[in-house]
Design a protein around this ligand. Sequence first.
Ligand SMILES: [Fe+2]
Length: 354
Amino acid sequence: MNSKPLHHKSVALDSLELLVVMDNETDTLSSVDEGVPQIPEIVHLAARTAPSRHYQDHECKMVFDQLCCGCHGLSVLVTGRLGNVKHTVLFDVGPYPQYWLDNAERLNVDLSKIECLFLSHWHFDHSGGFPDVIAAISAARTKAGLSEPLIVDVHPDRPDQRGVLLPSGVMVLLPEGPKIEAMIKSGGTVVTHAHANAFCDGFFFGSGAIERQTEYETGLHGHHTFHGHEAVSDPLIMDERYLVAQVRGRGISVLSVCSHAGIVNACLSAQSEFPDVLVDVVLGGYHLAGKVMEQRIAATIADLATRIRPRVVAPGHCTGWRAKAQLADAFAPGRYGPSVVGTLYRLQAEAIET
Ligand SMILES: [Fe+2]
């Protein structure tokens, strides 16, 4: 493997859908600004739900018993289309398989269509659901008569456990990460990538290690990584990766689910891989919550506004309410749409002016 830009292996798509299967937050009632290509959960839910009764001339549809549940984590189902060809990758699964599977059912997700499960980094709130979700997708693919197994793409540097040392002296631990053997036993074909690679016919681009370019995005203070009984200070979490997909005429969407590298660093890295392409939706956890991280909010927003210039910021998961409020101040109306559970971004190709 080499670390040369591989964007030339990526293709520009006709359309892209980003469906948030898991996020910390639920908010299907907020209005959506004009120009934000977001479809609230309740809108696409009502569109596929049959009426249960009629009142006068109105179809009456039951939707409030089908809304997704939120919990601390993030999972995004990414579907690209080019002509008649579609590919689907699942980016992370969140912490608990039963919640992911329940939300996927509520969202009417066809599990058999998921070809690849791409893991952002080895943290429980992204990988905790792994073995059971892999098993469910694998079973669905087998039932659908598909011979190609689910590809599970992870970073090769798997730690045994991770935690964060608090100023109080207590280290809060994440549960142990899923074992490779368990993923294989669940029916996944595990592949490891430490470097950037394009996959699914070039529909999607997974990053390698994210270069640190800004001065203020210095990782997660107090973060430690265990191998066996020994832990090392590991604030940078260099196994983290982002995902990119490009829509013709709109640009690249950057999915950075936890942004331990910094959301600006992730976007700068994506820009260097796709140098002449505008940034479309920046969706994920911007990780700007907590006293230390909150000091980075102003610089992050300034750089997003001036250096990254995305069409839409879609913060979720670990972004935190203080950062979300300031992002909304900076980007709404028109360029702010949160990543809440059940929401759908539908990005359609636009004609490129010549
Ligand atoms: Fe996270």
